[in-house]
Write a protein that binds this ligand. Structure first.
Ligand SMILES: *Cc1c(COP(=O)(O)O)cnc(C)c1O
Length: 404
């Protein structure tokens, strides 16, 4: 059984159009692992692997741009315009035309900017903010705070019910495109259309979808969106997040964090605030140049990559993993909470399992790195740029060994 799975995995890898992209990543074995055995990394949905070229680029940024050019680099090395430039580099991956995406600050901070900015566009009598009831915690905390600050109330609603629940009292709904725990993909076009029909706005959190599956912000009429860059976009630990503000809404976007970087004349040092036009309106203060330029270098891994092809491989990988788990893991020991239906699946597989924390620790010990979410979920992220079918098989086989 396992041998025929191995034959299949090897054939699938041999036929895989994206296999050559894997060379763009540094997937060396950790030093505590046997040479030649890089292990299996299925946690790129938490921290993407290191693309080649990032280290050399950062060295140049530090030694030449900072070390030698110093303050001149804001201009001569293009530091000042990096938030928009890197934003335009991310834009095609999320279906956005240039000029609508700006990079900087954490996802949490951008959720705040987007949400308060959206509420400020809504009439006063729209007094509720809807939030995905199963949201990643930071989004929920910020939604509650944003509602309190703007005199609205927050109402948690299941993402699957969001379209039906948005009504005449809704100012804005904040929804996760993919549920970080279950890997369920939510209906972005349908929910956005329902919100617009009801006269409300939607903020989408793309943390677990951008870089894993096609996102069409412009075509689907999305108002505002945020996402992080250290997961499927491989920007590195703490890499800055991005904020998308639909072009038509930009003139109405009243940032709750107006800083000198989003002023129309930042070096005028004027006491009165006058916001810049366009995406820079989403900026706040001095950008985190080192991590932003690491991200910019990391995005080169996407050159020539079709996100549709990434999606096909992502689904095929997670299908194959589920098939291997079904074939190898004794019955009843794990249960997938990730939808089997492709239209409802992101790029991870979450398995409910007894003593999941200990099971994940044992997997990591054996070189298979996923992660554990309390109380009972094993998460395996499939990052099609560098995950192979043989990796999916090895993860399932190791899981079966651990559970036996
Ligand atoms: C990872 C993630 C975040 C992370 O927020 P940070 O501010 O970068 O820590 C936010 N929202 C969702 C849905 C996430 O998956």
């Amino acid at each position: 059984m396992s041998d025929s799975l191995l034959g299949r995995a090897e054939r699938l890898d041999a036929d895989d159009q994206l296999a050559k992209i894997r060379d763009r990543f540094d997937l060396e074995a950790p030093s505590d692992q046997a040479a030649g055995d890089a292990g299996v990394y299925l946690d790129g949905n938490s921290l993407g692997a290191l693309p080649h070229g990032v280290a050399a680029r950062l060295q140049d940024v530090v030694e030449r741009e900072w070390g030698r050019l110093r303050i001149r680099s804001w201009d001569e090395s293009g530091w000042w315009t990096a938030p928009e430039r890197v934003g335009d580099r991310i834009a095609p991956l999320i279906g956005a035309a240039p000029g609508q995406v700006v990079v900087g600050d954490s996802t949490s901070v951008n959720v705040f900017k987007a949400l308060v900015g959206a509420v400020r566009m809504a009439p006063q009598d729209r007094d509720e903010v809807l939030v995905d009831a199963a949201t990643f915690p930071t989004d929920g905390y910020i939604a509650a705070s944003a509602a309190r600050m703007t005199g609205r109330t927050v109402r948690p609603v299941r993402a699957v019910d969001m379209a039906a629940e948005i009504g005449p009292r809704t100012a804005v709904a904040l929804v996760n495109h993919v549920d970080y725990r279950t890997g369920r993909l939510h209906d972005l076009p349908g929910t956005t259309a329902a919100a617009h029909a009801a006269g409300a706005l939607v903020v989408w959190d793309l943390c677990h979808s951008a870089g894993a599956l096609p996102v069409r912000l412009d075509a689907d009429g999305v108002d505002l969106a945020v996402g992080c860059t250290y997961k499927y976009l491989n920007g590195g630990p703490g890499a800055p997040a991005y904020l998308y503000i639909r072009r038509e809404l930009q003139p109405r976007f009243d940032s709750p964090l107006p800083g000198w970087n989003s002023h129309t004349d930042p070096f005028g040092m004027r006491p009165d605030y006058e916001p810049a036009d366009g995406a820079p309106r989403g900026r706040v203060g001095t950008p985190e140049i080192l991590s932003m330029l690491a991200l910019e270098a990391a995005l080169e891994a996407w050159d020539g990559v079709s996100i549709e092809e990434v999606r096909c491989k992502s689904l095929a990988l997670s299908d194959f993993f589920l098939e291997c788990v079904a074939a190898l893991v004794p019955d009843g020991m794990v249960e997938s909470i990730t939808p089997a239906e492709h239209a409802l699946r992101g790029s991870q597989v979450s398995l409910r399992c007894e003593r999941a924390g200990e099971v994940m620790a044992a997997l990591i010990e054996r070189g298979v790195v996923g992660d554990y979410r309390r109380p009972d979920v094993l998460r395996f992220g499939f990052t099609p740029l560098y995950t192979r079918y043989v990796d999916a098989l090895r993860a399932a086989r190791t899981l079966a060994d651990v559970l036996r």
